[in-house]
Design a protein around this ligand. Structure first.
Ligand SMILES: Cc1cc2nc3c(=O)[nH]c(=O)nc-3n(C[C@H](O)[C@H](O)[C@H](O)COP(=O)(O)OP(=O)(O)OC[C@H]3O[C@@H](n4cnc5c(N)ncnc54)[C@H](O)[C@@H]3O)c2cc1C
Length: 450
């Protein structure tokens, strides 16, 4: 291993994608004076309706990246409860008092992903302009590496829609694919191989203004349990903005056909059973949902992180949080290697550990979260589901609930324990917890849920 006086072992990293994972990775690297070039296919940042909530483990990374004050300023001030309701009669089955952590810096973050990305981008430009070069209209077509394994490259199509495109090969010491679920970097490595499953439903997401929420005393996050109308209804922004998401269990319709069914879903799900002229919908996006993971997060000098490597269904808010933990861990590995506190093999450790965590914990738990709202019997689930039993117990003891909401999750991992000297900090556990007790599982799950 080199000493810290020698030239750093690598100089240039190309990050594919200016989504939350790509920009967050660039910021964390820039804090350690490691430069990166972020290549984004589109001329703009993504504004589709996707994530809105990021559990405590992600908040800890946002804090570390210096982003948290701006996220909090843009967010709604209070997020008082999370509850699970039966759609059939609107009955609250189990509820958690989130006010016990409302003064805690590391409490869950609630903010639409579009705002998160814009704030991250502003930090890239205003605070780290010397280290981060974000280039829009740079679509990666393919990624690869030279035969000797000394350099990685991407073939990029450059230019916006109105101009003739040019093509360029760009080289770097490492390429990191943060280019989302349709990742070109992943496809260069594994083709169409992306083991996992696609769920039989269409996931319909919309921003909604409806005064019936307040009138009927709804607040915070409401998981809706029903085989036909499952989903999440949550307060998300200033001025009475709510996010309504539901899964339509019918497959194979056109977008227009799904939208024609929306008033029926809304009438069933929303309090007061409103007709379509009683609410206003501001934006809608539709998705297929999947749980999938690549065979490896690293091939030579090409690494994958976040949605480019794995996806899971959105019920429970695991995915972007896991994305943040991936790039937080990867940043630590690059920093340790760059500062000669670890050898290059720490990048292999990243690849193994983060994949292992997805397969062991995130995949299974996110499917349980989905099953809880879409498959469970709404009339018996509050008695039969162990998770609800734990929550009911915790509701009896405020301090226990607080500890539970803030606890270190088994999906967190501090790669700095692999540095030569052991500069362990910030109280985050170094071990992937091996315990799979029901309580641990529930705690990890709840940190992520709204
Ligand atoms: C409806 C919905 C709700 C969700 N809710 C939550 C939630 O509440 N909490 C949570 O934790 N997670 C949630 N998620 C998941 C979350 O949105 C994703 O995990 C997160 O966006 C992943 O970030 P990413 O940066 O890896 O990928 P993306 O956000 O997809 O960003 C990838 C970027 O790469 C760019 N790109 C793509 N291809 C190329 C290319 N060839 N060349 C260059 N650039 C390219 C894209 O344009 C994009 O900007 C939700 C997802 C959905 C669909």
């Amino acid at each position: 291993m080199t000493t810290s006086k020698e030239k750093p072992p690598f100089e240039k990293i190309i990050i594919a994608g200016a989504g939350p994972s790509g920009l967050l990775l660039a910021i964390l690297l820039a804090q350690a004076h490691i430069p990166s070039v972020v290549l984004e296919a589109w001329p703009w940042l993504d504004t589709r309706l996707r994530a809105t909530q990021y559990g405590v483990p992600a908040t800890r990374i946002f804090r570390r990246a210096g982003l948290l004050p701006d996220f909090r300023a843009a967010s709604i001030p209070k997020f008082p409860t999370i509850c699970w309701r039966r759609v059939a009669d609107g009955e609250k089955l189990v509820s958690i008092d989130m006010s016990v952590v409302e003064d805690e810096e590391d409490r869950m973050t609630v903010l639409q992903l579009g705002h998160i990305i814009q704030i991250m981008y502003r930090h890239c430009v205003e605070r780290y302009g010397d280290f981060i070069d974000v280039r829009f209209n740079h679509r990666i077509l393919e990624a690869g590496q030279d035969e000797k394994g000394k350099k990685a490259w991407v073939d990029v199509e450059i230019g916006n829609e109105d101009e003739e495109k040019r093509h360029e090969r760009m080289e770097a010491d490492y390429i990191v694919g943060c280019d989302g679920s349709s990742s070109a970097v992943r496809r260069s490595l594994f083709g169409r191989e992306w083991p996992g499953q696609t769920f039989d439903c269409r996931f319909i997401v919309q921003n909604v203004f409806y005064d019936g929420f307040e009138k009927h005393g709804w607040d915070g996050g409401n998981y809706m349990i029903d085989p036909e109308h499952w989903g999440l209804v949550a307060k998300r922004g200033h001025g009475g903005l709510w996010r309504v998401t539901y899964g339509d269990p019918v497959v194979g319709l056109t977008d227009e056909e799904y939208l024609a069914r929306r008033p029926w879903h809304f009438k069933a799900i929303l309090p007061g059973h409103p007709d379509a002229d009683q609410y206003r919908i501001e934006q809608t996006n539709m998705y297929n949902i999947h749980n999938r993971c690549v065979p490896s997060f690293k091939v030579g000098r090409i690494l994958l992180a976040a949605d480019a490597a794995h996806v899971c269904n959105p019920m429970g808010g695991y995915e972007c949080m896991t994305a943040c933990l991936d790039v937080g861990g990867l940043a630590d590995c690059f920093i340790g290697y760059h500062q000669c506190k670890a050898g290059e093999e720490i990048l292999d450790t990243y690849a193994e550990v983060r994949r292992d965590i997805f397969m062991k914990y995130v995949d299974a738990r996110s499917i349980k979260n989905l099953d809880r709202v879409s498959k469970a019997d709404p009339w018996t689930v509050s008695e039969t589901d162990k998770f609800f039993g734990i929550l009911k117990e915790l509701n009896e003891d405020k301090q226990a609930l607080k500890d539970f909401l803030l606890k270190v999750s088994s999906i967190e991992y501090d790669f700095r324990k692999h540095y030569d000297a052991e500069p362990q900090t910030n109280g985050v556990s170094n071990n992937v917890a091996e315990k799979e007790s029901a309580k641990e599982e529930a705690a990890a799950s709840l940190q992520l849920q709204v």
